[in-house]
Ligand binder design. Sequence first.
Ligand SMILES: O=C(O)CCC(=O)C(=O)O
Ligand SMILES: [Fe+2]
Length: 354
Amino acid sequence: MDYDRMKEVKEFDDSKIGVKGLVDSGITTIPRFFVHKPENLADIKTCSESTDLPIVDLFGVNSHRRPEIIENLSEAAREWGFFQVINHGIPLPILNATISAIRSFHEQPPEIKKLHYVREQPVSYVTNIDLFRSEAASWRDTLLVLLAPHQPQVVEEIPAICRKEVVDWGVHVRRLAEMLMELLGEGLGLVANTLKERKCSSSMQLAGHYYPYCAESESTLGFPSHTDKGVLTVLLQDHGGLQMKKGEQWVVVKPIPGALVINVGDLLQMLSNDQYKSGEHRVLANSFREPRTSIAVFVGVEVKDTNTASYGPLQELLSPAKPPLYRNFTMSELVQKFYSRALGNMSILDEFKL
Ligand SMILES: O=C(O)CCC(=O)C(=O)O
Ligand SMILES: [Fe+2]
């Protein structure tokens, strides 16, 4: 049984057609390695429609409104670890152009996409980043691009059809992420540039996801439940499907035209000594004919062997009344721990918990 499974997974991977290719071939049932365990699917229909998820208006961030904005952001990061921002300064035409470019990449003929189908590269198009590591595959294709540090050779590798938009998006997201880090830092009572000085925006990876229609959307997922690993994630989405977990309840992250979804990553939770929470989230398999496109940019600390700096709860936040909840670690240790986790168990916080 398991041998069969590996063989089928490998055949699918070797075909390089992605999930979109399966849909285009006219399949009406999904290959069985996409079928998730019943316990991971049990609650996909009991999601709350509540729109409580905070929306933070960044308008006037450099005016007298700043303290109020900091308060709102910091409360959202403490209570939810997940929120949407509006009036973030990135013009709507840019948001639309970025979504269109990523969608166009995925809708190219398979012969062209195949040229980018490589795993473990700075730029790669793959089905299921974790196809070989995960228990069950998920119903999406992804274009991965390492956006920073800026490397000219990486820019050349970005597929021509979306190169300009991806590079431009990186510039906009970097500016926004640095601003959010200042505000979130101030919300912890830190001096504005603390997170930047700790190199919290030195690395950016973009994941351009494409979720085509799934004929058996109740048997699989678009992206199983997880938390992001970095400092924060900036997400642009065109259609619904994303959910985040608040307590025991899944909440819909409703697409709002012009808004961006921000979520706190595990690293920021640890740096803030649990004041901010990394929000657990997942994406349902797309049951609509219209494909869903989303673009996540993971902003965080660059992982290099030469980065021997020690990370953990920020000293400024600790006191006898607030002892550290995590031990210190290096970035390479964090990555190593992540990859050695048991399959299906995605949290790395436990690895460093004191
Ligand atoms: O597609 C989405 O909305 C979310 C993607 C996501 O969670 C991720 O890339 O980590
Ligand atoms: Fe995520």
